[in-house]
Design a protein around this ligand. Sequence first.
Ligand code: HMG
Ligand code: MG
Length: 307
Amino acid sequence: MIMADNHVRLVEVGARDGLQNEKRTLHPQIRVQLLEMLADTGLRTLEAGAFVSPRWVPQMAGSDDVLKALSVRPGVTWTALVPNVKGLEAAMAAGCREVAVFAAASEAFSQKNINCSIAQSLARYQDVMVLARDAGVRVRGYVSCVMGCPFTGYVKPEAVAAVSASLFAMGCHEISLGDTLGSGTPAATKSLIDACRQVVPVSALAGHFHDTYGMAIANIHAALEADVRIFDSSVAGLGGCPYSPGATGNVATEDVIYLLNGLGMTHGVDLDALIDVGEFINAQLGRETASRVSRALLAKRGRLQPS
Ligand code: HMG
Ligand code: MG
């Protein structure tokens, strides 16, 4: 049963996790338009880009132009991924006041994604933390492959907890647990949270569920029952990770809002406005929404034929 603290904070990752894996690369101006529209719906924490190598992820090139063009809004935080000090310096030059580093609980994935071992990545992130702390920039930490690796399969919750503990100890204010492959189940989610809350306060844990196997909403429900109150999601269920073969996008933000509404939990987001943003970005990308809730509500309004 879900008890206490009724408010959920959503981290909108559509403009980063979403767009990084779409075939069509969008011009920074369109990405800015998307982000401003998302903030208009009430979302307060939004990943706006990634300061990674444009050779590795061409879709995120121009993240500096995106960050520089975004409006300053009270209560809104625009964040970006950084894989090293070079990325942090570029993010800060573009005006970022919060960034995210990304480690993994699987050695194979760490090598494929950031070309180094888990230990090497943590050493790099120590350097990122020192510079960020001096500059007053907040750092979020991601752990990928928390319920399975696309290359090596099963990942122990204890392995996830160990990487989470390292990131938290070095100063990350929040640890986002990434089911990169989207293969997790509610039972595995519970075991994962049980292991991680031993080393990081549950109030600092976030769930980041890709929806490849259609389990993301069930996993969020399991995480809510385990007291997690921060979730990452992506408008229209955009994207995935270019270095996670076979994985689809994040859970759709629209679907999470519908779940939270049904549970009587607060989130501050206007679902109808969000559905309109989903239509905008899908038109830009030439794709259909992955949000079941959007499909249902658009069909009800006569704006979409149910398939
Ligand atoms: P590398 O090749 O080992 O790096 O890549 P390097 O230090 O040897 O440098 C090689 C070149 O990259 C050099 O340029 C550097 O300047 C440049 P050159 O001299 O050859 O022209 N470089 C950079 N350029 C721009 N920004 C930087 C940067 N750093 C070096 N920050 C590196 C290592 C980490 C750079 C590379 O592997 C990389 O960019 N990887 C990013 C992969 C990525 O973005 N993956 C998707 C995000 S993670 C994700 O989606 C999971 C998540 O959603 C959670 C979940 O779902 O699990 C977060
Ligand atoms: Mg992801």
